[in-house]
Ligand binder design. Structure first.
Ligand SMILES: Cc1ncc(C[n+]2csc(CCOP(=O)(O)OP(=O)(O)O)c2C)c(N)n1
Ligand code: SF4
Length: 247
């Protein structure tokens, strides 16, 4: 049966991302989730100033950009004064797991009922492709690890969701964008995070393995293959916590 795909009303025409970037796919999944849950009018997107920021023009909803690394704290403040709002963060792995790791962990530790969407592209995209200490794979070449990440000098990447797993959160999971099935599964994760927020269950975090063809210096297809064959080996696609906040 043929299925006619239409653009979610929540999406404007403007886009700022490079060709083959995963950010645009993620915005579609967010828009579809908000629309299907009837939450568009209540949604506040909280963005980081890195590549995620372009969605300030892409989505028809309220939005704010925090200083780099601080969107979890900004979203916490918004949720405190607007408990009825659908407050979600969309930010990179550098923002969420490096400079802003403290903000992310404390929002999780306090089980603040916000939804955090972390774009794990394994690099600092906006600033030109530096190594992301939390997520760049050992051996990956970046402008700050031109011979490949060396674990003896730069340490190993680490899985932040395993830290969050020990905290009293409602939902923590990782999705990926490398094929339609995983895109579909990732949307279900985002939607569940927003449902848990709507039902005041607690903090949810959805990390998404997403390509950055520009800084990985790969074609869009090669970038998707790298996620499938390499990144998901270290960062597995799975649900870490699903307790609806009932602790
Ligand atoms: C306080 C502060 N430190 C550093 C920067 C520079 N800076 C901007 S974005 C960024 C990292 C972006 O990487 P990530 O958060 O992973 O997002 P991406 O662009 O890859 O989506 C850095 C280091 C800044 N703007 N402000
Ligand atoms: S630099 Fe990378 S993450 Fe940023 S818009 Fe381009 S492809 Fe996407």
């Amino acid at each position: 049966m043929a299925v006619r795909m239409t653009k979610p009303q929540m999406i404007n025409q403007q886009v700022g991302w490079c060709g083959g970037c995963g950010h645009g796919i993620i915005q579609r999944l967010i828009a579809e989730s908000c629309e299907e849950l009837g939450l568009v009018e209540k949604t506040v997107q909280v963005l980081d100033i890195a590549c995620a920021y372009w969605s300030i023009d892409t989505l028809n909803c309220d939005g704010i950009a925090g200083p780099h690394g601080r969107p979890a704290a900004v979203a916490t403040g918004i949720k405190k004064v607007r408990p009825d709002a659908n407050v979600y963060v969309c930010a990179g792995d550098g923002c969420s797991y490096v400079i802003g790791l403290e903000e992310t962990l404390y929002a999780a530790a306090r089980n603040i009922p916000i939804t955090m969407i972390v774009v794990n592209n394994g690099i600092f995209g906006m600033t030109g492709g530096q190594m992301c200490p939390a997520t760049t794979l050992v051996g990956d070449k970046t402008v700050s690890s031109p011979y490949g990440r060396d674990p003896h000098t730069a340490g190993e990447p680490f899985d932040t969701l395993t830290m969050i797993q020990s905290l009293p959160v409602a939902f923590a999971a990782r999705g990926a964008l490398y094929d339609p099935q995983h895109i579909d599964e990732t949307k279900k994760l985002i939607k569940k995070g927003m449902e848990y927020q709507r039902d005041n269950k607690g903090f949810s975090i959805i990390e998404i393995l997403s390509p950055c063809p520009t800084n990985w210096k790969l074609s869009p297809v090669e970038a998707m293959e790298k996620i499938k064959n390499a990144n998901q080996e270290i960062f597995p696609v799975k649900v870490y916590v699903d307790n609806g906040g009932d602790k």
